[in-house]
Design a protein around this ligand. Structure first.
Ligand SMILES: NC(=O)c1ccc[n+]([C@@H]2O[C@H](COP(=O)([O-])OP(=O)(O)OC[C@H]3O[C@@H](n4cnc5c(N)ncnc54)[C@H](OP(=O)(O)O)[C@@H]3O)[C@@H](O)[C@H]2O)c1
Length: 330
C-alpha cells in the first residue's frame, strides 16, 4: 500500500484531528506552565559558600532542585536512601553542573535510628547548614509498620523530617541565616489529623489517605517550627510543587501507573516541578518570611484549617517529640 493510499484511509480524518487537538492542548499546557511558573532564570541568587541538604535527591524534584543549587555554587549534600541510586544521581548532577562540591549521605527517613546516624555524620561534615529541603516522601503504601513501630508513610513524610529538622536546628542557627523548605502537596486538603495514625492505629484511612494526612501534619509542623524559630534567623515554609511526572507513583498498581503515564502528557516535568521549591530556596523577597504555605504558583495560600489550629499543633508536637525521643541528643 502506498503512503498516499494509507493517508487517504478514513481513519486519518478523525485520527489526525485528534492528534492535532492533543498537540495543541499540550502546547497550551506548556504555555500555561511557563506563564504561571516563577522566573528562575531571572533570579540572580548565588550560593557560593553555602551548604544545602536535599532529601530524596536521587530522582524527581529533589534531583532537579539539587542540580540547580549546585549550578549556583552551593555545596549540596544529597541525602538518599540508596547509596547506588544516590551515587548515580551525584555523577549526573556533577556532569551537568560541573560542581565538585557534592556529597552523598545515606539516610532512610522512615527510620529514626537512620536519621540520627545521618545527623551525626552530617554535623561532622558540615557544622553549618544554610538550606534544608525536606523533599523525600512516599505514597501508595497501605498501613505498614516499620521495625520501630511507626506507620511507614507517616514516618517517611512527617516523622523523619520532624526529627531531622529538629536535630539540625543548631547547625541551621549557626549559619546565621538559613531556610527550611518542606515539600508538601495539594493532597493535604484531603487529610485530617489523628495522632494515632503515627503508630499505624486510629481512624481507618481510605485509599492513599495516609499520604494526604502525612502532608497535613507537615503543614502543621511548618507553622509550629516557624514560631519556635522566630528571631533565630531560620525560616521555615512549605510549598506545593503541582502535579509532576516523577517516580512518586512507583508503589501504586500498574493500572494507576499506566493512567499517570497517559496523563503525564499534561503534567509538569521534574525541572518545572522543582521551580516552586527553588523559589522558596532562593527568592530574595522571602527573606524573613516564615511559617507560610505556598501554592505551585508561588503564592502564599492558607493551609487547611486543621493545620492552623494551635491546640492541635501543640498536641501533635508533643506527641511527635515523645515518639522521636527528641530530648535525646543526636
Ligand atoms: N510528583 C507530584 O506530582 C507531586 C505532587 C505534590 C507533591 N509532591 C511531593 O514532591 C516531593 C518529591 O516527590 P517526587 O515527585 O520527586 O517523587 P519521587 O521521584 O518518587 O522522589 C521521592 C524521593 O524520596 C525518596 N525517598 C522515599 N522514601 C524515602 C526514605 N524512607 N528515606 C529517604 N528517601 C526516601 C525517594 O528515594 P528512592 O528513589 O530510594 O525511593 C526519592 O528520591 C515529595 O515530597 C512529594 O510528596 C509531588
Amino acid at each position: 500500500m502506498s503512503l498516499w493510499s494509507l493517508l487517504s484511509t478514513p481513519i486519518w480524518g478523525p485520527g489526525s484531528v485528534l492528534l492535532i487537538l492533543v498537540l495543541l492542548l499540550r502546547l497550551g499546557v506548556k504555555i500555561w506552565h511557563k506563564i504561571h511558573l516563577w522566573d528562575l532564570q531571572g533570579c540572580s541568587a548565588e550560593l557560593t559558600g553555602k551548604t544545602a541538604v536535599v532529601t530524596g535527591a536521587n530522582g524527581g524534584i529533589g534531583k532537579a532542585v539539587s542540580q540547580e543549587l549546585a549550578c549556583r555554587g552551593a555545596r549540596v549534600i544529597l541525602a538518599c536512601r540508596s547509596r547506588e541510586h544516590g551515587q548515580r544521581a551525584l555523577n549526573e548532577i556533577q556532569a551537568a553542573s560541573r560542581s565538585n562540591r557534592l556529597l552523598l549521605g545515606e539516610v532512610d527517613l522512615s527510620s529514626m535510628a537512620s536519621v540520627r546516624s545521618f545527623v551525626r555524620w552530617l554535623l561532622r561534615e558540615s557544622p553549618e547548614i544554610h538550606l534544608l529541603v525536606n523533599n523525600a516522601a512516599v505514597c501508595g503504601f497501605p498501613t505498614t509498620l516499620t521495625p520501630e513501630g511507626l506507620d511507614l508513610t507517616f514516618a517517611t513524610n512527617y516523622i523523619g523530617p520532624f526529627l531531622l529538622t529538629n536535630l539540625l536546628q543548631g547547625a541551621l542557627q549557626r549559619a546565621g541565616s538559613a531556610r527550611v523548605v518542606n515539600v508538601s502537596s495539594f493532597r493535604q486538603a484531603h487529610g485530617y489529623i489523628d495522632e494515632d495514625h503515627l503508630i499505624g492505629a486510629g481512624r481507618p484511612l481510605t485509599f492513599n489517605q495516609n499520604y494526604d494526612c502525612s502532608k497535613l501534619l507537615l503543614a502543621s509542623f511548618t507553622r509550629s517550627l516557624a514560631q519556635r524559630l522566630q528571631g533565630t534567623g531560620v525560616t521555615v515554609n512549605s510549598v506545593e510543587p503541582g502535579v509532576v511526572y516523577t517516580g512518586i507513583m512507583k508503589h501504586f498498581s500498574w493500572s494507576y501507573r499506566f493512567l499517570f503515564w497517559l496523563l503525564s502528557f499534561f503534567f509538569k516535568d521534574s525541572k518545572q516541578g522543582a521551580i516552586p521549591v527553588l523559589y522558596l530556596c532562593l527568592a530574595k523577597e522571602l527573606d524573613g518570611i516564615s511559617g507560610k504555605y505556598f501554592s505551585s504558583s508561588c503564592v502564599i495560600t492558607l493551609p487547611p484549617k486543621a493545620a492552623r489550629d494551635p491546640h492541635v499543633a501543640q498536641s501533635l508536637w508533643n506527641t511527635t517529640a515523645r515518639l522521636t525521643n527528641l530530648d535525646k541528643v543526636a
